[in-house]
Ligand binder design. Structure first.
Ligand code: T46
Length: 145
């Protein structure tokens, strides 16, 4: 997995590593708001039964912050802050990808049976989505000017 970390006024993307408690019964991983993720968790959702050739995402968020995990299987997340792009393979349920506001994201290459869990900073709000890449670029660049 890539560990890209971009700082500064632009939205950032970074890997978050969660604790794991292992014994002969298996592994246990936990996550707490403001301790392991930098926001209060307002919503949890998960993607499953995703066809291997499906593409998801294709948008950015005005305010929403999220952490994506591959609870099972693997998938690829491509991110774009309006200036630079990077790709991240998620395949370890202890490692999440924190995606800040104003980051364009696309997800593909889901393995058979992959489960993507997402922790989100806000309830669902369609008005928070930017679903056109050109509009995203305009907004990012006007913010950076
Ligand atoms: C994101 C990626 C990683 C709801 O009603 N409530 C919800 O909490 C969500 C997430 C979606 N929906 C509805 C909205 C659409 O009618 O479910 C439908 C499918 O959503 P969407 O096409 O946005 O799904 P993805 O997988 O492309 O994107 C989702 C999140 O929407 C998005 O925030 O970052 O997962």
């Amino acid at each position: 997995m890539s560990t890209t970390h971009q700082d500064g006024p632009r939205g950032s993307v970074r890997v978050i590593e969660l604790p794991v408690v292992s014994d002969t019964r298996g592994d246990l991983t936990f996550v707490e708001s403001r301790r392991h993720v930098p926001f209060d968790i307002a919503r949890v959702y998960y993607l499953y039964n995703v066809p291997v050739d499906a593409e998801r995402g294709g948008h950015a968020h005005l305010e929403l912050q999220q952490v994506l995990f591959a609870l099972s299987g693997s998938f690829r997340v491509s991110v774009d802050d309006g200036f630079e792009t990077s790709q991240h393979w998620l395949r370890d349920p202890r490692k999440g990808l924190l995606i800040d506001r104003m980051i364009w994201r696309e997800m593909d290459s889901f393995s058979q049976g992959a489960v993507c869990m997402v922790l989100a900073s806000h309830p669902y709000d369609e008005a928070d989505y930017i679903r056109e890449h050109r509009a995203f670029l305009e907004k990012v660049r006007e913010g950076a000017a």
